[in-house]
Design a protein around this ligand. Structure first.
Ligand SMILES: Cc1cc2nc3c(=O)[nH]c(=O)nc-3n(C[C@H](O)[C@H](O)[C@H](O)COP(=O)(O)OP(=O)(O)OC[C@H]3O[C@@H](n4cnc5c(N)ncnc54)[C@H](O)[C@@H]3O)c2cc1C
Ligand code: FES
Length: 507
């Protein structure tokens, strides 16, 4: 995996999990194929679903557009937990106590399942059981913490209200949940992929699905996979039919791995208030590093360089920092009513299934989702599916953030088309959108000073992309597609690259 050092930013630009991972190349699909179930996406949801299906006796193929484990599952903070910030109180009041219990049960099952699969398959993924905390430093929020501890306990978690933690600073209050876990997601997923192949399941990389007719998947290079069922595990479905892009919005977050001179905290932590911080220890080359995460914002609408610098500042203020090793960022989708969507990708068919809207908590939940999807594909009933049905009617008033996001996306569609300047002053390593209307061009100047140009119109639904200066990518503020400087798709829902254009001349 490539690692990039950008002047002034902490660490190299690769996640701790992907840096140095033994990541064997898997071949792309080169011929048409017929299987029982086609799984699109090689993250935790897709690979786990494929394994559950394989164990259930189905013939499966996995199609991954880039490399397995290189999506958000390889760029997470990797806490396997049922405690998700302040969630249970809200889920209980929005969806009822039964649903909150199912949410807790599914997540607890997910944590256990990862541990069990790792043990059965002999995957050394550095899984360590630890308590997980949601904490506040604001005494005025003690009541919320108390309410969350009560709601999480009622939902079946081993939760307690506490005011002491092993953080090197005072907290006002925290919810503590026992027997959660941290792990190395890339080692785990590469182990799952190897187990799939050992069991006869083909895992294809660099094989992007671009269309679906019935249960026939078309790939970018022209091959097709004919299946009885299709599981679309691409984080957000790349197909627009289910309108998931309008029912969940992308939130980007940032993380750094930090060398500290003292022992990193033993527990895993998430701060309740904004800007929230996420903290945990992680092994790296026989050292214990500290992961510091946070700085969430809607993708394409923040200043990534400033976000990384804020994490660096925070780490220096709160810990005795010896240096920064890695920095990475990723986004996940926030659903309209606080619950992920798991099940039918469109209402009238059970042939195409999906899971999305994991709210940045899709490791344990994604593992449970994979089991639900696999059961549905195998024609088995599952007691949790009704609660996560993508076609449920959201409770009234449960989607203010989503409504705001969709209104903003509409504004971006039009407002971003106003006339902009040229490339004067564009420094090496920078990018800028120039031109106006439908002719807008995304221009990047590489480190050698050469200009590269692609169309600035996102190939999903035509919003205008924005330059991400911390990662040197073009990001779409509407639904989360991201592109390399040359236009190749990094993350969907877009499936086609940005169109190449003739670079402008220096004026
Ligand atoms: C910064 C950050 C920190 C997080 N920390 C945690 C945490 O501590 N604990 C937790 O539980 N959750 C966490 N999450 C959330 C969690 O990582 C995700 O919810 C989970 O990994 C989602 O898994 P996935 O399989 O759906 O997606 P992915 O891992 O992204 O897998 C989807 C795959 O599909 C592929 N793909 C996309 N489109 C196509 C296509 N058209 N054809 C073929 N392949 C395609 C992609 O390349 C990708 O590999 C975090 C999220 C973020 C952003
Ligand atoms: S991601 Fe939908 S328009 Fe760009």
């Amino acid at each position: 995996m490539g690692a990039e050092t950008i002047q002034g930013l902490p660490g190299t630009g690769v996640s701790l999990w992907l840096d140095g991972a033994e990541h064997p190349q898997r071949p792309p699909l080169k011929r048409d194929l017929e299987v029982d179930v086609a799984v699109i996406g090689g993250g935790i949801v897709g690979l786990t679903a494929a394994l559950e299906l394989q164990r259930g006796g189905a013939e499966v193929a996995v199609l991954e557009g880039r490399r397995v484990a290189s999506g958000v599952s390889g760029n997470t903070t990797a806490k396997l937990s049922s405690l998700h910030g302040l969630s249970y109180d809200t889920i209980t009041s929005t969806h009822g106590r039964d649903v909150a219990q199912i949410y807790g049960e599914a997540n607890e099952w997910g944590v256990e399942r990862v541990e069990r699969l790792a043990s059965e398959l002999g995957i050394d993924c550095e899984l360590r059981r630890k308590p997980n905390f949601t904490y506040t430093e604001d005494p005025a929020r003690r009541g919320e913490i108390e309410a969350e501890a009560e709601a999480a306990t009622a939902a079946g978690l081993s939760a307690a209200y506490v005011e002491k933690t092993d953080l090197p600073f005072e907290v006002a209050a925290a919810v503590r949940v026992e027997r959660q876990a941290e792990f190395h997601p890339v080692k785990y997923l590469l182990g799952i992929a190897a187990a799939l192949e050992k069991g006869g399941t083909s895992v294809f990389e660099r094989t992007r699905a671009v269309g679906l007719t019935g249960a026939r998947v078309r790939t970018e290079a022209g091959q097709a996979v004919l299946a009885e069922r299709v599981i679309v595990a691409t984080q957000l479905p790349f197909l627009d039919r289910g309108l998931f892009f309008a029912r969940a919005y992308p939130m980007r977050s940032y993380a750094t791995s930090v060398r500290v001179r003292t022992q990193p905290p033993l527990g895993m932590y998430l701060q309740a208030e904004q800007p929230g911080r996420s903290l945990r220890a992680a092994r790296w080359n026989d050292e214990e590093l500290l992961i510091v995460g946070g700085e969430s914002h809607v993708l394409g609408r923040g200043d990534p360089v400033r976000r990384f610098k804020a994490l660096e500042r925070y780490a220096r203020e709160r810990f005795d920092v010896a240096g920064f090793e890695h920095r990475w960022s990723a986004h996940d989708y926030m659903p309209e009513d606080g619950l992920p969507y798991i099940g039918r990708a469109w209402p009238f068919s059970h042939r195409v299934l999906t899971a999305t809207g994991m709210r940045k908590w899709g490791l344990a939940m994604g593992t449970a989702a994979a089991r639900m999807l696999a059961d549905e594909a195998l024609g088995r009933e599952h007691p949790w599916t009704a609660s996560f049905d993508p076609w449920r009617i959201p409770p009234v008033g449960s989607a203010p953030e989503l409504l705001k996001h969709n209104a903003d996306a509409g504004l971006h569609f039009f407002a971003d088309r106003v006339k902009r300047g040229g490339v004067a002053g564009l420094a090496p390593g920078e990018g800028r959108v120039i031109g106006d209307g439908l002719g807008q061009t995304a221009v990047h100047r590489d480190d050698a000073g050469r200009l590269h140009a692609v169309s600035a119109r996102c190939t999903h639904l035509g919003c205008i992309v924005r330059w991400n200066d911390a990662e040197r990518t073009w990001d779409c503020p509407c639904h989360g597609s991201r592109f390399e400087t040359g236009g190749a798709v990094l993350t969907g829902p877009a499936v086609h690259p940005l169109q190449p254009k003739r670079p402008p001349t220096d004026d």
